[in-house]
Design a binder for this molecule. Structure first.
Ligand code: GLN
Length: 484
């Protein structure tokens, strides 16, 4: 814990943590030491973790990356974090994220962008990156990188992805051993792919959503970002499990995910969906995808081409369903119950002033889209149709799995990480397109893992995604291990 607190301090320029909790970390680590001395060590005893600021932590500021929640200290702990503490893990602090988890670059955060520890091009860095992928190096920001940041010039610095950008950057930069994250449309898998880390979004219902600030309740799932497939398996096991406080949380036993890691893929059928060969995909990603199929084949899997015909409707449908649910979930930030309040001449004026000051641009955009698609005149034309598409997407997967396919291999993202500021100011749709390979998985409620699979010609990490059957994360860990 001390070594990590020290590393966090030296890498503050990355802006990965929005809150450091050194006293809590040392107290928890001390309790771990005592349990170890008594021979009562728990599965995650003393493991220092970073927590995405979407998880409510009792008595500790929990902001969801928003000004509207600044100063909010929840009187309760989220089930996922409580599960981790019950297993002996240590909290280092709270991690930066896109505001209310809306974004793909961590640039919508009220705390400012997170900087990826990866740099383009520089050959020394590339060497460092290679070593980093092998888990051997403690990569910290260089003096010149810190200087660039301090001068306010973000040029040439890369986004870590989002919305769990702080989680991914912290894991990649060795500022924690693992981090909690959440994924509504790709927010675990895309940042993991951008930073050469492993991220798994489990099946909807595997982790309790209790105490996790809601974005789109029917899509949101918690999961870990970790350095290796094995670490992710160990963390997910602790995070998961039934919870009477969340009725959508599955009442199913949690398998020993770690044991599945070394299971191999012999005899498994892996599907390659032809609809994921989208126009404009970089040839490097295409090549890596091919490479991935060869690795799996060499390990004994059978590779088959499959079809998910409604894939092209997933992104537009997601960007209706997610804002619709968000507009409803965010109605509670009214200046009365939580965090910020800006006084007005009457209560409606107070609501308006509070929300105008407390929400950022992207959140306001989503609330407006959401209320529009839910409004009486447009509900059938947009929201109901998007829900129908959601059913068709789910059926696409069911049909493929009914053919005996165990998992599906796709790229995790259409490109490697982009620069800070590169896409933020452009048409928001350009940012939304980043989620093209990930949103289908949330729409269908299935598990998906992103695993680092190589570096592109700029020396930046690229990830592959494996999509599994419902509640079969074990196959994803087994196949992910073959690719890692
Ligand atoms: N990038 C997607 C969005 O902005 C997904 C975010 C997420 O998974 N939380 O909605």
């Amino acid at each position: 814990a001390k070594a990590h607190l020290d590393a966090i301090e030296k890498a503050r320029a990355l802006n990965a943590y929005v809150l450091e909790t050194p006293e809590k970390a040392l107290a928890m680590a001390g309790a771990s030491d005592e349990r170890i001395a008594r021979g009562e060590a728990r599965p995650l005893e003393g493991i220092p973790l970073g927590i995405k600021d979407l998880f409510c932590t009792e008595g500790v500021d929990s902001t969801a990356g928003s000004d509207i929640l600044k100063g909010f200290k929840p009187p309760y702990e989220s089930t996922v974090t409580q599960n981790l503490w019950n297993d002996g893990a240590v909290m280092l602090g709270k991690l930066n994220m896109d505001e209310f988890a809306m974004g793909s670059s961590n640039e919508t955060s009220a705390f400012g962008p997170v900087v990826s520890p990866w740099l383009r091009g520089n050959t020394d860095r590339r060497e460092a990156a290679r070593t980093l992928l092998n888990g051997a190096v403690h990569l910290r920001m260089s003096d010149s990188q810190a200087a660039t940041l301090e001068a306010g010039g973000y040029k040439d610095l890369l986004v870590p992805g989002g919305s769990s950008g702080g989680s991914a950057a912290a894991v990649a930069a060795r500022l924690c051993l693992g981090a909690t994250a959440t994924d509504t449309g790709g927010s675990i898998r895309q940042p993991a792919a951008f930073t050469g880390t492993v991220g798994i979004k489990p099946t909807y219902g595997r982790c309790s959503r209790w105490g996790t600030v809601a974005f789109a309740s029917s899509l949101d799932q918690a999961g870990p970002i970790a350095r290796t497939v094995r670490d992710a398996a160990i963390m997910l096991r602790s995070m998961s499990g039934p919870d009477p406080k969340d009725t959508t949380c599955a009442d199913l036993p949690v398998p020993d995910f770690e044991a599945a890691v070394t299971r191999g893929v012999k005899g498994l059928k892996i599907g390659i969906p032809k609809e994921y060969r989208v126009e404009g995909m970089s040839p490097e990603i295409e090549k890596l995808w091919q490479q991935g199929t060869e690795w799996l084949r060499a390990a004994g899997a059978e590779i088959v081409e499959v079809s998910l015909p409604h894939t092209k409707y997933a992104l537009p449908a997601y960007y209706i369903v997610a804002p619709a649910e968000a507009s409803s979930n965010l109605a509670r930030y009214d200046g009365v119950r939580y965090g910020l309040r800006v006084n007005g001449k009457d209560i409606v004026d107070m609501y308006e002033k509070t929300r105008a000051a407390g929400f950022g641009r992207e959140v306001k955009r989503r609330v407006m889209i959401g209320t529009y698609v839910l409004s009486a005149g447009y509900y059938d034309a947009y929201y109901v149709r998007a829900q129908k598409i959601r059913t068709l997407i789910k059926r696409d997967f069911e049909e493929v799995y009914a053919q005996g396919v165990h998992a599906i291999l796709t790229p995790a993202t259409p490109s490697s990480a982009f620069g800070i500021g590169e896409k933020a100011s452009a048409d928001p749709v350009e940012m939304y397109l980043n989620d093209i390979f990930t949103v289908t998985v949330n729409m269908a409620g299935l598990p998906g893992i992103a695993v680092p699979a190589g570096l592109d010609s700029q020396g930046l990490p690229l990830g592959l995604q494996l999509i599994g059957r419902a509640f079969d994360e074990e196959t994803l860990f087994a196949a992910g291990q073959v690719i890692e």
